[in-house]
Ligand binder design. Sequence first.
Ligand code: HEM
Length: 528
Amino acid sequence: MGAIQDLLGPASQQFSQLGLGAQIGVGFAAFLVLSVVLNVLAQTLFKNSNEPPVVFHWFPIIGSTITYGMDPPRFFKEQREKYGDVFTFVLLGRKTTVCLGPAGNDFVLNGKIRDVNAEEIYTVLTTPVFGRDVVYDCPNAKLMEQKKFMKIALTTEAFRQYVPIISDEVTSYFKRTADFKGQSGEVSIPPKMAEITIFTASHALQGKAIREQFDESLAALYHDLDMGFSPINFTFHWAPLPWNNRRDHAQRTVAKLYMDTIKRRRANPEIDAQDMMFHLMNSTYKNGVKVPDHEIAHMMIALLMAGQHSSSSTSSWIMLLLASRPDIMEDLYQEQINALGPDLPPLQYEDLAKLPLHGAIVKETLRLHAPIHSIMRAVKQPLHVPGTKYVIPTSHVLMSAPGVSASDPVFFPNPDLWDPHRWLPDSPNAPTMARAQDEEEEEKIDYGYGLVSKGAASPYLPFGAGRHRCIGEQFANVQLQTIVAEVVRLFKFRNVDGSNKVIGTDYASLFSRPLEPAVIHWERREKA
Ligand code: HEM
């Protein structure tokens, strides 16, 4: 005791001579060092061999948040090399267990309802944006019914109407937009694709009247809603911060606009209308309750928001990749000439099936640039990971990253090469797993919103799998292929410096997208 006092005596004397600011600084530094030491000791001395290995990290709470957040795919690949397909990392203080590879995708995405839960994770972000009683602000069984209602407006019959609508929106956008005046020019493409996406989706899914309001107030309101989807809101969704206030105001205003429209339509029924709102207005839950107006309004917001980020990011990547490979853009143009004739008649839904390279462009872009890089679930009871000795406790969050298997050389030769032709017959880079190519053979299951493939053995799942699988896949394909076909008819793209380079990815928001500005050079095929 005396020896310690001898040791600490001079130090504590020096400490007391410091000013208050310096004392706080020294105290904080000592606390930091102590917490780092305890954190490292805990990782090295108290390993639980029945739980997945924990990614080494110096600081508690921060854990691997920064390395994960900067580049999630790289983080997953690096940790996979060290720890295998199943490992845990600390993300903002929460132990997050990642399960990779087709088996990992299956384990997380096809998890049983009593084992895993999406709404507990996502509701803090989505409920203030979409509104009450829909998607993740209701029991899962109700979401399954809501997905069934929404899917009714996403049929082949509906897509037949959507293709000309989308085509018109794209061509009229390029006619009226100042950045595309003249014969050639340079433009940062992502903001343009974001506008094209919202115009095409709102017109097709929500009708002409709603679409017209996107030229006025709605675009700004949806932008404010969008701000609610920032990662910081996983923690501060409740805080009276300026962007959260704007989010709440926008949610109330947009919902009221839809509810007023519903009231008007109920007063003057349109017999031939077959749009999303019409279908939702005529839907009844299994318990006999008609879908209330506020739920219809909130589902309309949810659908548009769900599609916006993913389709806008994907179409931006497609345009940037085409600019990096003008030869493939020419292949697309030739495909249309060969399949539809040299006069290129107005595009119809049936034409899309005659344009396999257009389909492959979308598929291959989603393989390398799926907008949703991490899918999360709460763990409801201790989960044994098949084929391992690991049990994941309920204190962990479960994470799936299907992008990892989609860029694994085991399944995709030359995985980092953007090669749309790999999805067409006789390609040397064809997916090596037959099942990756042929979803038709997949085991199908109905969670309450129609048959979907389980995707259990597929390394390629950009639209997810299981009960939370995307219902917008076909719409997104129709929308993206139509946009690509119209752009290819109008323009030739290349990189400004003529290289094959492709810009990096921005992971700062919840959905990955190209870094901006992402400038391409465009040239009209015909004289303006
Ligand atoms: C769910 C991807 C477009 C509506 C999902 C999920 C993924 C995904 C990965 C699963 C999320 C999870 O398991 O937690 C994509 C991609 C798109 C796209 C890559 C475009 C390229 C759309 C569009 C719509 C839409 C256009 C609407 C028309 C939905 C809905 C869900 C969903 C309603 C269900 C959420 C749930 O059940 O929890 N999407 N999506 N998506 N998506 Fe999409």
